[in-house]
Design a protein around this ligand. Structure first.
Ligand SMILES: Nc1ncnc2c1ncn2[C@@H]1O[C@H](COP(=O)(O)OP(=O)(O)OP(=O)(O)O)[C@@H](O)[C@H]1O
Ligand SMILES: [Mg+2]
Length: 372
């Protein structure tokens, strides 16, 4: 594709067509994308993105997790062309975002909705008018705007707030307006930049459930960035972990939660899977087995084996005393998943037997350390 190819030709714009067909999700492909902010006024240059290669499947909910400054927002902004990469290409359904002319970019942005942590609503406009804004900008006829906005207000559960102003809404309600506005032009992609970070846990859950519902009924591809693993666990199918501009791990959410590889991923995962040791206990752990009384193991329960009665079998068939220190049993995407941290006598033959028996049940056991 070149700059002369109008984006509208490749992705039909549906905002002014009636009746409106449902959108299909778009596939997004990052190919060796780098973004360097040059040095300025004594500040060193920043490599915000460093050769990022990543595929987002159409219709998926893909999460990108990373610490503050990791490059998440820069990555998201490369999708709608708000940030131009210094190297590499971003393609949406095969269309090179960097090759678009201004008209192509405007058309692209109607296909990409975005929601933010701080909602970005117009304070002097009602709920209805905030949601209508992108349709007005797209020149949609008035009666069609009314129909579409009312449909969206119902979708996000704000029928009784139609004529209210943002200051009269709770945070969760404001974010519902933000979501409705982002969906107004029936985008194929919905980008979420920390959309739940300003909300309390219960409101966060309801907003995440709404995003999941919207993904299921419209097929819109969702890319959400967050620094919280529980957000990923709650609604994402796929996850990518970003650290100092590089993607250090990607995969199916269940796989990454069950078997995190990179150290950063492990620490994100520990916060939601019960894989973390209580701090006071962690301080007592030593890597040296000599003279230890107990050995501490993490047993990870996944898949079909997640419900195996392994603890009772350990004590029965090996005659081992098992002390449970921490644990959590859960479901991720409907599949059982658990993490149990246990202490057993620090004898090499006992530890080997326990690891072998858990392995025979299809579970993983990992020695975390020893306690004297
Ligand atoms: N316009 C800019 N000029 C210079 N440096 C920038 C600019 N925008 C971002 N950066 C730098 O690029 C890096 C990545 O920033 P980015 O905003 O993508 O991080 P983030 O992962 O979204 O962080 P947060 O979770 O805090 O929002 C940071 O080091 C940031 O300081
Ligand atoms: Mg950010």
């Amino acid at each position: 594709m070149n700059a002369l190819t109008p984006f509208a030709g490749a992705l039909p714009l549906t905002a002014d067509a009636a009746p409106l067909p449902p959108p299909g999700g778009a596939a997004i492909r990052f190919d060796a994308v780098s973004k360097r902010f040059p040095a300025k006024g004594g500040q060193a240059a920043v490599a915000a993105l460093d050769a990022v290669t990543l595929d987002v499947a159409p219709g998926s909910i893909t999460g990108i997790i990373g610490r503050s400054g990791a490059g998440k927002s820069t990555l998201l902004r490369a999708i709608n062309g708000l940030d131009r990469p210094t190297a590499g290409t971003v393609r949406i359904d095969g269309l090179d975002v960097g090759a678009l002319d201004p008209a192509g970019l405007r058309a692209l942005r109607r296909e990409i909705g975005m929601i933010f942590q701080h909602f970005a609503l117009l304070s002097s406009s009602t709920v209805f008018d905030n949601i209508a804004l992108p349709l007005e900008l797209a020149g949609t006829p008035r009666d069609e705007i009314t129909r579409r906005v009312d449909e969206l207000i119902e979708l996000v559960g704000l029928v009784d707030k139609r004529g209210r102003y943002p200051t009269e809404l709770s945070g969760g309600q404001k974010q519902r307006v933000g979501i409705a506005r982002a969906l107004a032009t029936r985008p194929r992609v919905l980008l979420s930049d920390e959309a739940t970070s300003a909300l309390d846990p219960e409101t966060t859950r309801s907003i995440l459930a709404l995003l999941k519902h919207i993904n299921a009924v419209t097929g819109v591809t969702v890319v959400l960035i967050t620094h919280e693993m529980h957000v990923i666990k709650e609604i994402c199918d796929r996850v990518a972990v970003i650290e100092t501009g590089r993607i250090i791990e990607t995969g199916d959410v269940y796989e990454v939660l069950a078997r995190p590889q990179a150290e950063t991923t492990r620490s994100f995962v520990a916060s939601v899977t019960g894989a973390a040791l209580p701090e006071a206990f962690a301080a007592r752990l030593t890597p040296h087995p000599e003279g230890a009384r107990q050995t501490v193991l993490r047993i990870v329960f996944t898949g079909a084996n997640a419900t195996a009665p392994v603890i009772s079998r350990l004590s029965r068939s090996l005659d081992v005393d098992v002390t449970i220190i921490a644990g959590q049993v859960d479901a991720i995407g409907g599949k059982p998943f658990g993490n149990l941290i246990v202490a057993i006598p620090a004898r090499p033959d006992v530890v080997d037997a326990v690891v072998a028996l858990t392995g025979a049940h299809g579970l993983q056991a990992e020695v975390l350390g020893h306690v004297t």
